[in-house]
Design a protein. Sequence first.
Length: 276
Amino acid sequence: MKQELVALVTGAANGIGKAIATKLASRGISVLLTDLNKQQGHAAASELAKRYNVRTEFLQTDVSQEEDIRKAVDASLSFTGRLDYAANCAGICETIASEERSISTEWFDKVYSVNARGLWLCQKYEAQQMEKQAPREPVLDPPSRYPVPGQRGAIANVVSISGLTSLGLAAYTPSKHAAAGITKNGAKFYGPSGIRVNACCPGWTITNMTEAHLGDRAVPGTPEYAESPVNRKIALRRMGLAEEQANLVSFLLSDESSYMNGALVVNDGGFYEIDN
């Protein structure tokens, strides 16, 4: 009988987070979706359960609140008593990219509390739960002639190319540099326990957040999108889709990446490598 696997996804009500939850559900994985948006979160969980015939739940969660994160990790255990995968996608961003004079201390602290501190707390409590679990042997296809050491879980953080360079964004960019460091530390701290921690670093990706920042320049099919200077800086001449980021996160959590740990994987259509 096939073992039921369980994933926790933060920021799962829309955008990249919802795409990740959808991708994992399509693989037959039970998913606990968390987000601040209660209405969209419940709707997403119901939709995925019906579409893929998997078990899902939604829990309203503020990742800037430590107790909310504890509750989310505990809730993820309701399926099988294990947490096999965690995808940390919750994040916020300002809409002003070109300067930092207008960024208040309060806003900087709010962004950091979600993108950095919140990510750290999620990773910490997810890994603490995984450390309690019995190792599960990764399934390699085709199999190796050598045994593969068991693993207790895998964590994928959604960072950003803004965690590797600077595109402006006076609050968001420092928070994402912190997120990259948190990922690296997680790989170092939890790798010896058989827990892998990696990160997806998206480039320009079409989400509600991007549309709020760029308007019609982030809406395919519009003249503004076709003429967008952002697209001209991307080798593929288009922004990425949330589903394309979800494919990478799914890989980082899967047994197909069983030897990857501490990687910050850029997925940006050829923007960061070419523009820097």
